[in-house]
Design a protein around this ligand. Structure first.
Ligand SMILES: [Zn+2]
Ligand SMILES: [Zn+2]
Length: 467
């Protein structure tokens, strides 16, 4: 990359690390990125489909259109001093525990490289750097997919910081998140128990019903809950209001919807048993991810050309301190789709940083957990990859990850991601058969079950829980 870009990208990533913001409230981060890209000659639109902290920065004209999916939201409870290999909160409520300050900045770097390339080649093609908020909570991209933001996009590309460098394959889970609120009648629990109707009983009976349902669910599915309102602190009051928050996950949208319908029936049963009233407040939902093998091959080719990040002895020494306070590395951490397992495990044991490219065979396996990139993959052929941004054994969403967020290792991952995203885009601009083949695969995958966003049309983007 050009040296000037590297310095400017580092400044952006560090600035966003210094200003960690929660989902749908990334006002500083969004403006910082949008202003920078406008300065660089991109045409920037803010406030996308009613989301104030989303932006699209456009450069070039005509077809094909490639979207780069950037993120910048942070996580609660993870304020941490930079570069300190022990837990030392820095007084901030939030921290970049998923590396999204790097993620969004890498997409900006790619946008700049592609802009220079388009200027030189003078060919048709449009690059969209997209600022996509609320990945950690809120499902930002799901609303963008539902409301047509990707309608004219040919290919979407994304990356995510990790402790390894690889091309993504396989799927992730569909997920529906909803609050179940019960309303009963308060009374003196000893003096007039017969007059009371307990909303807390309804929550408990709902949870028991769901826990019995577990025995009759596919092993790929997951349901988890938190009691977000137990009704109060006084056992001698029959609790008149109570609430439980559920995540319901499966491997496809239709199966997730069907499982959600079963949970709703259990909630209705709990209300009937307790003579309470039940309300459902839909919070958010995510689709499973559709892999695209054609694009996986393209990105792998780009890594073969771009090579791995090169580290200095100082980088290794830095990462070693964090490896020592991370999770011990074990062979079962390696995904089934990895083809160079032995080589990777040797590297995991002997080096603090990933220095061998992780090769995956194409896979349909569904990993547990969800991402809003899933919804994008249902409306446009999408590829994702990882670049090592921190030491082996760094847990996701941890203080260790936040601490390494401003390091040279982290910044090198931003430049590498930018380089690979740019290279993949240039190959698509030069040879549009990539698009034809990727779309052909996409159409086959969506032929039987076309995209149906799990978020009902009347649900607007909102801060998680504010529903
Ligand atoms: Zn993330
Ligand atoms: Zn995360």
């Amino acid at each position: 990359m050009k040296k000037t870009y590297e310095e400017e990208l580092k400044a952006i990533a560090c600035d966003i690390w210094d200003h960690p913001e929660p989902a749908f409230q990334e006002f500083y981060s969004c403006k910082r990125q949008a202003d920078y890209l406008r300065d660089k000659g991109f045409e920037v639109t803010e406030n996308i489909v009613g989301i104030e902290t989303a932006y699209i920065a456009k450069y070039g004209s005509g077809k094909p259109v490639i979207a780069l999916l950037g993120e910048y939201d942070a996580l609660y409870g993870l304020g941490q001093e930079a570069n300190v290999p022990k837990k030392r909160p820095n007084g901030q409520e939030m921290g970049h525990g998923c590396g999204h300050h790097l993620l969004g900045t890498g997409c900006i770097g790619a946008g700049l490289l592609i802009k220079d390339w388009l200027d030189k080649k003078k060919c048709s093609g449009t690059i969209l750097v997209m600022g996509c908020p609320a990945e950690e909570a809120g499902s930002g991209k799901a609303y963008m997919a539902r409301d047509g933001v990707f309608d004219n996009v040919d290919i979407a590309l994304a990356w995510h910081p990790s402790d390894i460098t690889q091309v993504g394959t396989g799927s992730s889970q569909s997920c529906i998140a909803a609050y179940f609120r019960f309303f009963g009648k308060a009374s003196h629990a000893a003096g007039d128990p017969e007059l009371g109707r307990s909303a807390l009983d309804a929550v408990e009976l709902m949870d028991i019903g769901v826990n019995y349902m577990r025995e009759h669910m596919p092993s790929t599915d997951r349901v988890h809950y938190a009691i977000t309102n137990a009704g109060g602190k006084s056992p001698n009051v029959v609790q008149a209001e109570a609430e439980v928050y559920y995540f319901i996950r499966s491997i496809t949208n239709s199966r997730c919807q069907a499982l959600y319908d079963r949970v709703i029936n259990i909630a209705k049963g709990a209300a009937l048993m307790t003579e309470t009233r039940m309300e459902i407040h839909f919070d958010e939902a995510l689709s499973n991810t559709l892999p695209n093998y054609v694009l996986e091959d393209l990105v792998e080719q780009c890594f073969d050309e771009a090579g791995m990040v090169e580290y200095t002895p100082e980088d290794f020494a830095y990462a070693q301190q964090f490896k020592e306070v991370g999770e011990p590395v074990t062979k079962d951490m390696i995904a089934a789709s990895v083809t160079n397992k032995d080589e990777l495990f040797e590297n995991m044991k002997n080096s603090p940083l990933n220095t061998v490219f992780v090769r995956n065979k194409h896979s349909e396996d569904c990993s547990m957990g969800s991402t809003d990139v899933g919804d994008v993959s249902w409306v446009v052929p999408t590829a994702t990859f990882n670049v090592a941004s921190y030491s082996y054994g760094t847990p996701g969403h941890s203080w260790q990850l936040v601490a390494q967020g401003k390091s040279d290792v982290a910044m090198k991952s931003v430049y590498k991601a930018a380089e690979v995203l740019a290279l993949a885009s240039e190959k698509i601009f030069e040879d549009q058969t990539w698009i034809e083949r990727a779309k052909d695969e996409f159409e086959k995958r969506t032929a039987d079950e076309p995209y149906k966003c799990l978020i009902p049309k009347n649900v607007k983007p909102h801060v998680s829980g504010d529903c």
